[in-house]
Design a protein around this ligand. Structure first.
Ligand SMILES: [Zn+2]
Length: 502
């Protein structure tokens, strides 16, 4: 017994001393803990945001609503973390949080594409109204793919195409089939899909519709209207420029796309006066440096004529299949010279690091180029020195959580790399990339998944929303005006929600 007591003393000390040192240890330990907690928070991307009492109150309410939602999902045994966005979409839409995010002012949508902004069902309904609209209903060839839509003049319809309206009228089930052909869904997290091959087919199917001038205008009007109604006040589109045409005049010069879009924006502004638009001239990573060089010249010509509309340059397409950013270094080296020649700057808005592989080193280029915003940046977390530089350079990462899941880069959205970026103080904004291809409209869904899966608070939401204007391509005076509007919208939203949510 005595031996046991001595052993106890050896290990734990005399009861009195043990108790005293425990208090002292705890206090140093507690102090360190608190300090470290504060130090971590001070690094985070939203450290400079101070919430008002009203915002703190809303934060507490949203926290509780999320807690109740998660408890409800648990009770109903909903597999929130092992289900795809497509599987969870009805649940998201029926949630109280979704209603809140739909009405939240979202600032700007900084990352979306010309072929992915307008609702696919609307595209079918609008296209069939044109008697000159046809659909390819044969197996894929090297020229056309099944379900590809296009406009043709009477007597000049290529073999294999049939009237879209007639096809839809004679086959009642075909509209649903065509809608599916225009959407890319990740049915479940474990089904196999050749994501990028399937993804690009969606764009191919509507690519011949978009340059038809009458359709072009309608398409963007619908896309902008939906975004504005979803409280998105500013949009920047990665635009693949084609010469527009119609059958009366033939082809129009490239700049017609810009002037037509300016007209569409004016129409939208009748209902949403604050609505603004910038275009990022986009070419493709699969081209060679010479071809990209030509595209750069065209972008400069267009920007010289429309310096307030064209904001910069990007290269799109699958990074795993395309050329590296580094392979275009001769093009980037000419940027200064071209800037002098045309009298305008051409910042880059490159897609980079849309990958989970360390062999994709596109992020390294970003730190050396005039590239104020990065599309995706998913693998930035694997390049710590670059991450440090990007932070110092105050470059923003445009994050598109749902797109990243649909294209197979992230499965469980709790593990999205943006969480690492945000906690390390890298500025980000929330984007939808190609919502019409993923089967939704607006930005509410992406904010919903970010809020629920990344355990955000109102402070983080506010920073993300305001980042989308602060890091936009709006010029200083436009930005000031846009921020004034956003501030008012935000305050109204906080007030209204505090009144509505108990
Ligand atoms: Zn994109």
């Amino acid at each position: 017994m005595m031996k046991k007591y001595i052993t106890y003393l050896l290990f734990f000390g005399f009861p009195l001393f043990g108790c005293q040192s425990k208090v002292a240890e705890n206090s140093a330990y507690q102090q360190n803990w608190m300090q470290l907690e504060q130090q971590n928070k001070a690094i985070a991307f939203d450290a400079d945001v101070k919430l008002s009492d009203a915002e703190i109150s809303l934060d507490q309410k949203l926290f509780q609503i999320r807690k109740d939602f998660l408890a409800g999902a648990e009770k109903q045994k909903v597999s929130l973390y092992n289900s795809s966005f497509n599987e969870l979409k009805p649940l998201i839409e029926s949630s109280k949080l979704f209603e809140i995010f739909q009405s939240m002012p979202k600032g700007g949508l900084l990352h979306t594409h010309s072929g992915g902004i307008t609702d696919a069902k609307w595209v079918i309904a609008a296209a069939r109204k044109y008697k000159e609209c046809y659909i390819y209903d044969q197996a894929d060839t090297k020229d056309f793919i099944f379900g590809q839509l296009a406009f043709f003049q009477d007597g000049k319809v290529p073999k294999g195409f049939v009237s879209l309206d007639q096809k839809l009228s004679s086959e009642p089930g075909f509209e649903k089939q065509l809608t599916e052909l225009l959407l890319l869904k990740r049915e479940s997290l474990c089904t196999y899909s050749d994501y990028w091959i399937e993804f690009e087919k969606r764009f191919t199917r509507i690519s011949l519709l978009l340059p038809y001038r009458p359709f072009f205008k309608e398409y963007y009007k619908k896309g902008f209207e939906d975004l504005a109604a979803n409280k998105v006040q500013h949009v920047e589109i990665r635009c693949v420029f084609d010469e527009l045409y119609d059958f009366q005049h033939g082809k129009y010069p490239l700049k017609t796309s810009v002037t037509d879009l300016q007209e569409v924006v004016k129409e939208i502004q009748k209902k949403y006066p604050e609505f603004s638009l910038k275009l990022i001239y986009s070419s493709f990573k699969f081209l060679d440096p010479q071809a990209v060089g030509k595209q750069l010249e065209t972008a400069f010509e267009l920007k010289k004529e429309f310096p307030d509309v064209i904001s910069g340059f990007d290269l799109v397409a699958d990074e795993a299949a395309g050329n590296s950013i580094y392979s275009f270094r001769e093009d980037w080296a000419k940027l200064n010279e071209l800037s002098k020649k045309y009298g305008v700057k051409m910042p880059l808005f490159l897609h980079a690091g849309e990958s989970v592989s360390v062999f994709n080193k596109n992020m390294i280029d970003i730190a050396s180029l005039d590239n104020p915003r990065i599309g995706h940046g998913l693998n930035l977390i694997y390049f710590p020195k670059t991450m440090e530089l990007i932070k110092k350079q105050n470059k923003l990462v445009e994050v598109s959580p749902i797109s990243n899941q649909v294209l197979g880069y992230v499965s469980d959205l709790r593990n999205h790399p943006a969480r690492v970026l945000l906690s390390n103080g890298i500025q980000c904004s929330i984007n939808s990339d190609d919502p019409s291809v993923y089967g939704y409209e607006g930005l509410g869904y992406d904010f919903w998944v970010a809020y629920v899966y990344w355990e955000l608070d109102v402070k983080a939401l506010k920073k993300l929303v305001f980042n989308s204007i602060n890091y936009s391509s709006l010029n200083e005076s436009e930005k000031k005006q846009s921020l004034t509007y956003l501030n008012k919208q935000w305050d109204d939203f906080v007030k209204e929600m505090n009144g509505r949510l108990k």
